[in-house]
Design a protein around this ligand. Structure first.
Ligand SMILES: *Cc1c(COP(=O)(O)O)cnc(C)c1O
Length: 388
């Protein structure tokens, strides 16, 4: 019997090792892994470059307190700011910590300019920002918050896609709007560029901050470094995590100079956040993602994958409702519950994971090979045939 609490609904499968896009189970099966730890292993399993980086740093120094200067973190922060809108970075260990830090920075900013009553965060109903006590109430999901009261104050919600409700929900107490440019857990729902632009305009008009949660859709997953880049919108605060560590737990908050001025010494901290070991892995991940042509290659293979998936949709119009997403953050929306479909894919050695709205979420590593996409397509076709 397992001594682990039952808070996960685990599949009955365990792995002894991984290599690139593949996982090898303890009972001798080889799986094409298009979950990759839910968009975490951006460069696949056991990436030799990352192994070298972690080994090299492990022999030097793993952890020192943020009471000291950490050169590896200085370097990672510098690179993140040079390539993005951000002026400053705060390192964390996970996505939820990063979104919580985003909320803290937004509130502290208004406090610092003498407007402490501007402290409410406006979020999408049933979004996902992590599982900490504040983050679940930010999501506004009944399922995630049930039994975890009292309700954390300071969050308002609008319905995805409803601009009127969004406008109406902004009050004099609103500090920020927080959205995922592509809703991951919510079912791979993409906010169109024009819509992100409108939200930015609204934030400017109301003098409030824009927080874009790129924990899942960021770090190359969309084919751009950030999913919002395509829209040309400039956010104030961007939490990241998942893909930046390539499997090592790293979270971070990217912020502009304007809001960073509020974060004076003592306002925020993390024991583990930004330690040398984590930072060295983060730098190694960026070495690969910033390589010339890497993002372009994601766009190219994504186009091919979407084409093939859309062909499947056309061949099975009563089964597949929509193929959606951007880059390698892909959702195959079915007309019916996707549980059986995902199980059948697994039976055929392809690992995928659910998202809301009957979506089968497909998350290859960013360095996936065309032959691996072809293998996935073959398996998905086979399962569609079985499910017809
Ligand atoms: C996964 C995720 C989080 C939470 O990340 P954790 O590392 O699980 O805390 C937050 N926001 C988004 C958009 C996510 O996909």
């Amino acid at each position: 019997m397992s001594a682990l609490a039952k808070n996960y609904n685990r599949r009955k499968i365990a792995f002894k090792r991984g290599k690139g896009s593949f996982l090898y189970s303890t009972n001798g099966k080889k799986y094409l892994d298009f979950v990759q730890g839910i968009a975490v292993n951006s460069l696949g399993h056991s990436n030799p470059y990352l192994i070298r980086a972690i080994n090299k740093q492990a022999k030097k120094v793993w952890h020192v307190s943020n009471a000291f200067i950490i050169p590896e973190g200085e370097k990672l922060a510098k690179r993140l700011t040079q390539k993005t809108f951000a002026d400053y970075v705060i390192f964390q260990n996970s996505g939820a910590e990063a979104t919580e830090a985003a909320i803290k920075v937004a509130r502290r900013y208004f406090y610092s300019i003498g407007k402490p009553n501007k402290n409410r965060i406006l979020c999408v109903k049933n979004s996902f920002h992590g599982r900490t006590i504040a983050a679940i109430f930010a999501s506004g999901s009944k399922k995630m918050t049930e039994g975890f009261g009292p309700k954390v104050a300071g969050f308002d919600h609008f319905v995805f896609g409803n601009h009127k409700s969004l406008k109406k929900k902004i009050t004099k107490n609103t500090a920020a709007i927080m959205v995922e440019p592509i809703m991951g857990e919510g079912g791979i729902k993409v906010i169109p560029d024009w819509c992100l632009k409108e939200i930015r305009k609204l934030c400017n008009k109301k003098k409030i901050l824009l927080i874009l949660d790129e924990v899942q859709c960021g770090i190359g997953r969309s084919g751009n470094f950030f999913a919002f880049e395509k829209s040309k919108v400039k956010p104030d605060i961007v939490p990241i995590a998942k893909g930046i560590g390539g499997g090592f737990p790293i979270g971070a908050l990217l912020i502009t100079k304007k809001v960073a001025t509020a974060m004076v010494p003592g306002t925020h901290g993390s024991t583990f956040g930004g330690n040398p070991l984590a930072m060295s892995v983060g730098n190694a991940v960026l070495d690969q993602i910033f390589k010339k042509g890497f993002l372009k290659s994601i766009k190219k293979i994504s186009k091919y994958f979407f084409n093939e998936l859309n062909k499947i949709k056309n061949d099975y119009p009563k089964l597949v409702k929509e193929v959606r997403g951007v880059g390698l953050l892909i959702g195959l929306q079915l007309f019916n519950d996707q549980k059986k479909f995902i199980q059948k894919l697994e039976n055929n050695n392809l690992l995928t994971i659910r998202a809301a709205e009957n979506v089968v979420r497909i998350l290859p590593p960013l360095n996936v090979k065309k032959s691996e996409i072809n293998l996935a397509i073959k398996i998905i076709r086979k399962v569609c045939k079985e499910c017809k």
